[in-house]
Design a protein around this ligand. Structure first.
Ligand SMILES: NC(=O)c1ccc[n+]([C@@H]2O[C@H](COP(=O)([O-])OP(=O)(O)OC[C@H]3O[C@@H](n4cnc5c(N)ncnc54)[C@H](OP(=O)(O)O)[C@@H]3O)[C@@H](O)[C@H]2O)c1
Length: 319
């Protein structure tokens, strides 16, 4: 099939495009810089076709809509639509002439969970504009599916990670490698409150797996949303304990309130912690398993292990 991937060289696309190429598809990738960011460009990538275009710049002039109108594809995978307007342009361009349209959402569309693990059928209660716009996009895709049969599927990833992309760390931030050095050395790591808030990661290749499964089982995925996450969420304490155990250590944890955390981590890292703990995501993959046969290759522990292995190998983490 002719598959168009918009934004196909980042955390997801770096794994998705090789999967699609190896699956025998004719893959076209739209990006500004034709180079995968997280996988080797010599493997599978030579068979992909590049379209170099700046979506946002072209959206300003209307050239993007014209480009999409002129694009021939059986399947469209839009990884980088963040506003309903962007998505409407895509729906209008491909209505009635693609077999499948897959959109990338986010767990932030769900908002903080009342019930856990969160199932895709539960109410959406986003708490920020990013999540709210993704919900609008999801609602409009599903409304169009019901009204005209527009062939939509939505995939909502957790915190995306990969070998060369730091996971959200066990303090709920993306604050460099210092926390890993501290846990390896048995030094004190500060956690907010009781440290029982959760993170829900996913490896980029497992997000890619879910997109591929949804695409290959169109009749099971049309009009559906799926969470793309590891088999279980983990508490901040659990993440710290795992990382410390990799180095034969016990996590040396101190629990502080959010003001104290800001003094320790700095304002922007503490804001990231707060953003993660107020969501404390914990999602179910039961639907993806049942309908699509999704089997994530990575647990959160395995994601941290792979990433720390790369930090050591690349000399970014020095003990
Ligand atoms: N990252 C996360 O933890 C996370 C979690 C949940 C959901 N999501 C969702 O995942 C999606 C993003 O996927 P990702 O994490 O794989 O993205 P990413 O790593 O940020 O990569 C973005 C991709 O889009 C391309 N791109 C960016 N701006 C562009 C433009 N103006 N024109 C054309 N191409 C452009 C980039 O290539 P160039 O720079 O070369 O153009 C790259 O291929 C979003 O829908 C987001 O809401 C992400």
């Amino acid at each position: 099939m002719k598959v168009l991937v918009i934004g196909g060289t980042g955390h997801i696309g770096s794994y998705l495009v090789p999967r699609l190429v190896l699956g025998g598809h004719d893959v076209t990738v739209v990006v500004r810089n034709p180079e995968p960011q997280y996988t080797d460009p010599r493997l599978a990538w030579p068979s992909a076709t590049w379209v170099v275009a700046d979506r946002e710049a072209e959206e300003q002039t209307g050239a993007w809509g014209q480009r999409m109108d002129a694009t021939d594809a059986d399947v469209v995978i839009d990884l980088i639509a963040f506003t309903p307007e962007q998505n409407r342009t895509m729906m209008d361009a491909f209505e009635g002439r693609v077999q499948h349209f897959l959109h990338c959402g986010t767990l932030w569309a769900y908002g903080p969970s009342a019930r856990t693990p969160y199932r895709e059928c539960y109410p959406r209660r986003p708490v920020g504009s990013y999540g709210r716009m993704k919900v609008e996009i999801e609602n409009e895709l599903l409304a169009r599916y019901r009204a005209t049969g527009f062939p939509a599927t939505i995939v909502h990833p957790g915190h995306i990670s990969g070998r060369k992309w730091l996971p959200i760390d066990p303090q709920g931030t993306l604050n460099g490698v210092e926390i890993y050095r501290k846990l390896a050395a048995g030094e004190v790591v500060h956690l907010p409150k009781y440290g029982r808030e959760t993170l829900h990661h996913v490896h980029g290749d497992d997000v890619a797996q879910l997109f591929e499964l949804a695409m290959n089982q169109r009749e099971r995925s049309l009009g559906e949303s799926f969470s793309a996450v590891t088999p279980y969420a983990m508490s901040l304490i659990g993440c710290c304990e795992h990382v410390a155990s990799l180095f034969g250590m016990t996590a040396n944890l101190e629990f502080v309130d959010t003001d104290e955390l800001e003094a320790v981590l700095g304002k922007s890292a503490a804001a990231a912690t707060y953003e993660h703990i107020r969501h404390s995501p914990c999602s179910s993959i039961e639907k993806a398993i049942r309908l699509l046969g999704y089997h994530p290759r990575y647990t959160t522990e395995q994601i941290y292990t792979e990433c720390i292995d790369y930090l050591l190998e690349s000399g970014q983490l020095v003990l």
